[in-house]
Ligand binder design. Structure first.
Ligand code: SAM
Length: 234
């Protein structure tokens, strides 16, 4: 269970209404039952339920079960998709070990806003489910041009593009080595041609292809991540 509090032996942790409800009514736990908790910094700890109140629950932290783990330094830069599909992207990217989710608005992005609370809730739930001990950082949604203008030095950006400019993803990743990386996947409507040309000529961008078929954006995210993971091994 993800908690937003420091974790150390003897520490008391208070849970909000939603989490208390989850422990009591979904997992059917009671006073004295153990719960594994993490906060993204201090590893995983065993905590015991002290009790439930109206809309709250309190835990006492007992002992550390796992030291803090790390995930690969891989960002996912993606155009927001409609509800169910952006939920899917947040969930799968978290499971696949992405360290930072960066929503960006491209010229053809629809929708034009992102529900960041929902994105975070999906990432937290996926982190809990897959037992990673971190939740991906969430970057503020910005126009793609702005994200590219502020691009950090030394980070390779793999641009997923169906057009003829791309090299097969595995080949491109193998030759780029193990520098910090990011994947960029476009919106359902694809990149605008002039937008694609502008991105592709940036020095830190490597255009990559995911095979001969046009994948939906959420499928492209999973395909690119699977390829990256199979080469990086973590
Ligand atoms: N409407 C667009 C078109 O026909 O050109 C298709 C866009 S596709 C549904 C959404 C995004 O997924 C693309 O912008 C690209 O980033 C990625 N994508 C889809 N298929 C791909 C492929 N075969 N290789 C690389 N990227 C792909």
């Amino acid at each position: 269970l993800y908690v937003d509090s420091p974790l150390a032996e003897g520490q008391t942790v208070g849970l909000d209404h939603e989490r208390a409800h989850f422990l009591r009514h979904v997992l059917r736990l009671d006073r004295g039952d153990p719960v594994a908790v993490f906060n993204g910094r201090d590893g995983e700890w065993l905590a015991l339920i002290d009790g439930f109140g109206k809309g709250w629950c309190s835990l006492t932290v007992e002992a550390q079960r796992r030291p803090q783990d790390t995930v690969p330094d891989l960002w996912l830069v993606f155009a927001p998709l409609k509800k169910g599909r952006i939920d899917f992207v947040a969930e799968k990217a978290t499971e696949m070990g992405v360290s930072r989710l960066c929503p960006v608005f491209t010229r053809r992005t629809d929708p034009n806003r992102v529900n960041m609370d929902r994105l975070r809730a999906n990432a937290v739930e996926a982190a809990e489910q897959c037992e990673r001990l971190t939740v991906p950082e969430l970057a503020d949604p910005v126009p793609l041009a702005r994200a590219l203008a502020d691009w950090p030095e030394g980070r390779t950006l793999y641009l997923c593009a169906e057009a003829g400019i791309a090299r097969p993803i595995a080949e491109a990743m193998r030759s780029a080595g193990s520098s910090p990386a990011a994947l960029l996947v476009g919106p359902e409507g694809g990149f605008d041609q002039s937008e694609l040309d502008e991105i592709a000529k940036l020095p830190f961008v490597v255009p990559v292809g995911l095979g001969p078929r046009i994948l939906r954006a959420d499928t492209a995210v999973v395909a690119a991540l699977a390829c990256w993971q199979s080469l990086a091994g973590d």
